[in-house]
Design a protein around this ligand. Structure first.
Ligand code: PEP
Length: 251
């Protein structure tokens, strides 16, 4: 989208130990040497790695994010991590509402909205995920589902500076399947229109990422689609060569 700086974001999910930080080092190296300086890079890592990842990425163009946060700042929530803790560990972003959180932990739109607000309270950018299931796609409900998720998950105070939207068809995540170019274009145009309606003209500058089986071989095609302002990359973000190969789509 004209006037929008693209964002290539990785999501390591529940993968990665100390040894994986070498991949992160290679990713920072790639973004410092040779990749288009206009492309922003983000790697969202498990909470256990945020602190060390942020040290590695400090003074490189790569930003570090968490993969989820609790809505509260602190308290009796054993095992949970707050947005403030992620910020303190060096994160600048946090993913909220990933379909795996919605499925594994029963997070609904209201919970996701509360997490986005928690991210802002802590000074993090929220990467808010939405997307239809296979059954919803097959029944023709995709655009309605996206409207409902935007209404429910995206707080009215979202701005291009504090929020990124990620469109991730659930059936395309980790499956190797991707929607057609026409289907991605339709979904992203719909999301843009709903955001403009909900948030006003500023939403014309909000980044809408595509996520779901993005890899180097399909990145050029997917990232060239209207209203696709970057990618959220799961599996292919674990290997520096693949993640950098996707970012090269912007060269
Ligand atoms: C994701 O987890 O956000 C994702 C898009 O995964 P993958 O790229 O592996 O499909």
């Amino acid at each position: 989208t004209p006037g929008i700086r693209p964002l290539v974001a990785g999501n390591w999910k529940m993968n990665g130990t100390s040894a994986s930080l070498n991949e992160l080092r290679a990713i920072t190296h790639g973004f410092m040497h040779g990749l288009d300086a206009d492309t922003e890079a983000l790697v969202c890592v498990p909470a256990t790695l945020v602190f060390r990842a942020a040290e590695i990425a400090a003074s490189t163009p790569v930003r570090i994010g968490g993969e989820d946060c609790h809505a509260k700042e602190s308290g009796a929530h054993t095992g949970d991590v707050s947005a403030e803790m992620l910020k303190d560990a060096g994160a600048s972003h946090v993913i909220v509402g990933h379909s795996e959180r919605r499925t594994d932990h029963g997070e609904d739109d209201a919970a996701v909205r509360a997490k986005a607000e928690a991210a802002w309270r802590a000074g993090l950018v929220a990467v808010i995920c939405i997307g239809e299931t296979r059954a919803e796609r097959e029944s023709g409900a995709t655009l309605d589902i996206l409207s409902r998720q935007i209404e429910g998950s995206v707080p009215a105070s979202a701005t291009p500076a504090n929020a990124v939207i990620a469109y991730e068809p659930v059936w395309a995540i980790g499956t190797g399947l991707t929607p057609t170019v026409a289907d991605v274009a339709e979904a992203h145009a719909h999301i843009r229109a709903r955001l403009l309606e909900r948030l006003g003209a500023d939403a014309g500058k909000m980044r809408i990422l595509y996520g779901g089986s993005v890899k180097p071989s399909n990145a050029v095609e997917l990232l060239a689609i209207d209203n696709v302002d970057g990618a959220l990359v799961g599996g292919a973000s674990l290997k520096a060569a693949d993640f950098l190969g996707i970012a090269e789509a912007y060269q």
